[in-house]
Design a protein around this ligand. Structure first.
Ligand code: DOR
Ligand code: ZN
Ligand code: ZN
Length: 355
């Protein structure tokens, strides 16, 4: 056993499914999965039912999160067709504005470039705009943002072309940051998952895409799971929704890469703690940390704390186990047991909320 202590890990991209999708995940089950995966803070996406797009829906989501969360959290607001401008008033209470410019789960997709520009113009410059876009729409939104000096954060960069677009924008001096998911780093189209289970957006890339992501590690600001739980019945059904659960497998997979020499512990800390807290302006706390046993060898279990009840990484041999998570001085997870109860997590933007 060899215990390494990491600072509080932040996953800037998760989908909790409340309101509207409790059978897939709740704040209670999703944050139990976060703790089991070694995370102390999660930032949740707005494509719930209803979507989080205005004050009323933000209040509903924030109340559910406050009641259910076992770790700290933030909530994104969704960019809609009619809320550019109005949504900016809620910026200080949110983790950021999420803009869906490509194929996704839910109905937040924006296909009118005039609406993209309206949001990029109106959202406060010092608050994050997180973009779901690939290929030509990624290229377009980079150009639009660059032309007005608007910083953007690109979600789940998944292929060789898109990581090159981000690298080139960084080289030009644009204020652009990005995240990459463990599933795009460790899986590709050759991985035999079964057609419904393999559905995810962005899609898994080719082995060359995967290699390109690893080769551009210096361009990757954050790792983020894009934890997107759907039930097994849905994944194996006739119209499988896209998404993989990822909170409980990210750290073991990345620690295995450390063991194999393709990553350092410092690379993980940089991308799951340092850059997320810098980019999203999140508080860091020396009484919040995660302990991992970097020697533990085992196979990833078929399911864990997430209500989704499956993982694309089942039976993958890994090296590295989460043994303890401490949040603000309190043990939240220890030796395989979730200790923190629902409602113990705090909204990281609470100071901005009207009480
Ligand atoms: O695979 C995905 N799942 N991609 C998305 O953009 C949305 C997500 C979800 O919410 O299930
Ligand atoms: Zn997305
Ligand atoms: Zn997502």
């Amino acid at each position: 056993m060899s215990i390494v202590r990491l600072p509080g890990l932040i996953d800037v991209h998760v989908h909790m499914r409340q309101p509207g999708g409790d059978h897939k995940e709740t704040w209670s089950t999703g944050t139990a999965a976060a703790l089991a995966g070694g995370f102390s803070t999660v930032l949740a996406m707005p494509n719930t039912t209803p979507a989080v797009v205005d004050e009323a829906s933000l209040e509903i989501a924030a109340d559910l999160a406050a009641a259910g969360a076992r770790c700290d959290f933030g909530l994104y607001l969704g960019a809609g067709h009619g809320n550019a401008g109005a949504v900016g008033a809620l910026a200080s209470r949110s983790a950021g504005l999420k803009m869906y410019l490509g194929q996704t789960f839910g109905d937040l997709r924006l296909d009118d470039q005039a609406v993209w520009s309206a949001h990029l113009d109106a959202w406060p410059e010092n608050e994050v705009v997180a973009i779901h876009a690939e290929g030509s729409s990624l290229q377009t939104v980079i150009s639009l943002a660059e032309s007005i000096g608007r910083p953007i954060h690109v979600c789940h960069v998944a292929d060789a072309n898109d990581i090159s677009l981000v690298a080139a924008a960084k080289d030009r001096g644009m204020r652009i940051t990005c995240e990459v998911t463990p599933h795009h780093l460790f899986l590709d189209v050759t991985t035999p998952l079964g057609s419904g289970r393999a559905e995810v957006r962005p899609r898994l890339g080719t082995p060359d895409d995967r290699r390109a992501l690893w080769e551009h590690l210096d361009v990757i600001d954050c790792f983020a799971t894009d934890h997107a739980p759907h039930s097994l019945a849905e994944k194996d059904g006739l119209d499988p929704p896209p998404g993989f659960p990822g909170l409980e497998t990210a750290l073991p997979l990345l620690l295995t890469a450390v063991h194999e020499g393709s990553l350092t512990i410092g690379d993980i800390v940089e991308r799951f703690h340092v850059r997320p807290s810098e980019i999203f302006g999140l508080p860091t706390d020396t009484d919040t940390w995660t302990e991992v046993d970097v020697d533990a060898e085992y196979q990833i279990a078929a399911s864990g704390e997430s209500r989704s009840g499956w993982t694309p990484f089942a039976a993958t041999p890994v090296r590295g186990r989460v043994v303890r998570v401490v949040i603000r001085g309190e043990v939240a997870y220890e030796q395989g047991k979730v200790v923190a109860g629902p409602g113990t997590g705090r909204d990281v933007r609470m100071e901005g909320r009207a009480i």
